[in-house]
Design a binder for this molecule. Structure first.
Ligand code: CP3
Length: 343
C-alpha cells in the first residue's frame, strides 16, 4: 500500500538508501515510444487533454525504468489555457500564447476552469489505478510567477524581461494576476489530490531572475498561499517546491512557503544542499548534461550527490528536465548507479 511508497517516506523526513529516484520530464522526446504516441495524438495539447494518450505516455518511463515516482503528464500552461488564454506549442519554438494586457486580467474565465481541466483529473484517476502500488503519483502545477512570465511575454525568453517590466510598471494588475493564479492553482492541485495524486510539485522555473524583494513577493508569497489553501483541505499531502535558480534564496524557502521538499537545481552546491537537508527532504540535483554526456561525467555526478546527501532524506533527480538528446543507455546507467549504490 501507500506505506511502501519510498518517495512519500522521504518527504516525511526519513532517510532511505539507496534513495528513490525519478526524473523531471521523464515522459518526453528522448523516448521513441513518447515520440510515436505524440505523433498519433496530433498536437502536444491533444496529448495533454486526452486521458488515453496522457495515461499512456505517463506510464512509458515507469515501464521502461521502474522509477519510484510517476509525474502526471500535462504542462504548467494548461492553467492559463483553462482560464481562457489561447495556447499552442510550435515545433522547435515551445509554447506560444497571446500576451495578456493589464485590462485582460479581470476577464480571465474562472467559471469554466475545472470543466476545462476535467480530462487532467480523469488522467490522474486512471493513473492511480494503473500504477504499481509502490509508485508515488505526483501531481503538479507551475508557480504563479513562472506561469505569469509566459502569459505576459507570450513565449519563453532568456531573462523574463517582459514580465519583470510589467510587474514594476503595473504593480496592481500584476498582483491581481498572481492572486488569481495562486487561487486557481490551489484549486487545481486540490482536485488532483482528490483524483488520486499522493504528492504535489510546484515548478517555479524562473525564480532565478528576480532580485531579493521580488523573489519574496512574486515567488515566495504566492507559493505560500497555494500551500496553505491546499493544506486547509489536505493537511498531510506532501508538497515539493522547485524554485529553480533561487541560489541564496533557497535558504528561507521551505520555512516561508511551508513546502515539505525542496527541489534543487544543479547549480546548488552540495554543501549548501546538505545544510538545506537538515530542514527536511531535498530532491535533485544532477546536471541534465552529465546524463547526456554519460561515462565518467555521469558516474562522478551521481557519486557526489549520493556521497554528500545519501545519509539524509533525498529523492534522486535531475536538477532540471531531461533533454531530448539524452541517450537511453545513459538513463539506464544512472538508474543502475543509484540502485546499486553502497553506503
Ligand atoms: O515532468 C514530466 O514528465 C511531466 C510533464 C511536464 C511537461 N512540462 C511536459 C512537456 C511538466 C511537469 C512540465 C512543466 C513545465 N512546462 C515547466 C516547468 C518545468 C521546467 O521545465 O522548467 C515549464 C516552464 C513548461 C512550459 C513548457 N512546456 C515549455 C517551455 C516547453 C517547450 C520546451 C520543450 O522542452 O519543448 C513545453 C513543452 C513540453 N512540456 C514538452 C513536454 C514533454 C515537450 C513537448 C513536445 O512533445 O514537443
Amino acid at each position: 500500500m501507500s506505506e511502501n511508497r519510498t518517495v512519500l517516506k522521504v518527504l516525511r523526513g526519513e532517510a532511505v538508501f539507496p534513495p528513490p529516484l525519478w526524473m523531471m520530464r521523464q515522459a518526453g522526446r528522448y523516448l521513441p515510444e513518447y515520440r510515436a504516441t505524440r505523433k498519433r495524438a496530433g498536437s502536444f495539447l491533444d496529448l495533454c487533454y486526452d486521458p488515453d494518450f496522457a495515461v499512456e505516455v505517463t506510464l512509458q518511463p515507469i515501464k521502461r525504468f521502474g522509477f519510484d515516482a510517476s509525474i502526471l503528464f500535462s504542462d504548467i500552461l494548461v492553467v492559463p489555457h483553462a482560464l481562457g488564454r489561447d495556447l499552442r506549442f510550435e515545433e522547435g519554438r515551445g509554447p506560444v500564447l497571446t500576451p495578456i494586457t493589464a485590462a485582460e486580467i479581470g476577464l480571465l474565465k474562472t467559471e469554466t476552469f475545472h470543466v476545462n481541466l476535467e480530462p487532467v483529473y480523469e488522467t490522474v484517476r486512471r493513473l492511480r489505478t494503473s500504477l504499481p502500488r509502490e509508485t508515488t503519483l505526483i501531481g503538479f502545477c507551475g508557480a504563479p510567477w513562472t506561469v505569469a512570465t509566459y502569459m505576459i511575454a507570450g513565449h519563453g525568453t532568456p531573462d523574463q524581461a517582459p514580465a519583470r517590466l510589467f510587474a514594476y510598471r503595473e504593480p496592481a494588475a500584476f498582483r491581481s494576476l498572481l492572486d488569481i493564479l495562486a487561487e486557481q492553482s490551489a484549486a487545481y492541485l486540490i482536485r488532483q489530490v482528490e483524483a488520486g495524486a499522493d504528492a504535489l510539485q510546484i515548478f517555479d522555473s524562473w525564480s532565478g531572475v528576480l532580485d531579493e524583494a521580488s523573489f519574496r513577493t512574486f515567488c515566495v508569497a504566492p507559493v505560500a498561499k497555494i500551500v496553505s489553501r491546499v493544506r486547509e483541505v489536505y493537511p498531510d499531502v506532501p508538497i515539493i517546491g522547485f524554485p529553480k535558480g533561487a541560489g541564496a534564496n533557497y535558504a528561507g524557502y521551505r520555512g516561508e512557503t511551508g513546502v515539505n521538499g525542496l527541489g534543487l537545481d544543479w547549480t546548488v552546491p552540495l554543501e549548501q544542499a546538505r545544510q538545506l537537508q537538515a530542514g527536511g527532504a531535498v530532491q535533485g540535483n544532477l546536471d541534465p548534461l552529465r546524463l547526456v554526456a554519460g561515462g565518467p561525467a555521469l558516474a562522478e555526478g551521481v557519486d557526489a550527490i549520493l556521497g554528500k546527501l545519501g545519509g539524509g532524506p533525498l529523492i534522486f533527480n535531475l536538477g532540471h528536465g531531461i533533454t531530448p538528446e539524452t541517450p537511453i543507455p545513459h538513463v539506464e546507467e544512472m538508474v543502475r548507479l543509484v540502485r546499486e549504490a553502497k553506503r
